[in-house]
Write a protein of this length. Sequence first.
Length: 102
Amino acid sequence: MRRTTICFLYEDEEKSYLLTDSLELHYIECPKFQEVDFNIDDPLHRRLRFLEQDVTPEQLQELMKVDEMIREAEDRLNQLAGDEVTRRIDLQRIESLRRNRG
């Protein structure tokens, strides 16, 4: 069972002509990852766990200990959450999205 798909950009007319090898699109089918056991040694498993809304503080600490990128992301999120200007901009953005929905 494939859980990820990698796509490249090709020319419309000349189908075999790769436009750039500098860009790959990675599609991750998150529900399929819930069907397999979590593997902390797999970077993709760790990062998907980090993005889950219901990650426990204990799980987050373990992820940050094992994965430097997750630790840096969490530190940055905490820094942004503590910045009043950033929080105000975020609230304005959320309110704008709500107004434009209806």
